[in-house]
Design a protein around this ligand. Sequence first.
Ligand code: FES
Length: 144
Amino acid sequence: AAALQGRLVALSITGGDPARIVRLRSALARDAAIRPFLEALYAPAPEVLAPADDTIICRCEEVTAGTIRATVDLGAPGPNQVKSMLRTGMGPCQGRVCGLAVAGIIAARKGEDPQVTDYYRIRPPLKPIPLAELAGFAPGIAAE
Ligand code: FES
């Protein structure tokens, strides 16, 4: 599915053959049809989504699930406030490891859908680059 999505994106950007786009979308829909079954069959264990209080969630800052829950109980409404209070997401990985887990724990504690729980505010250093620069990327140059 990822390869099909990649081809679809490339064709969409370059204004590719519409018939080919339709075929790719059809193939993608076929591949994606099994997704609900796989998600049901390989659903993560409940303790993965609701870790025990002593489980370290933010490894960089050594913050546990219990501390995050306690911070929500004190009134922290979302990941950015938890970040301000506990430094979650401020370690060397900048929240890449803990971000989803922190947001999930907050959502569960607040009894809200994880889709509506905020996420860490993305902060610089960000390095946006033009698509043309990506398109002109010569493999091997960055591999040094
Ligand atoms: S694990 Fe939380 S900032 Fe790295």
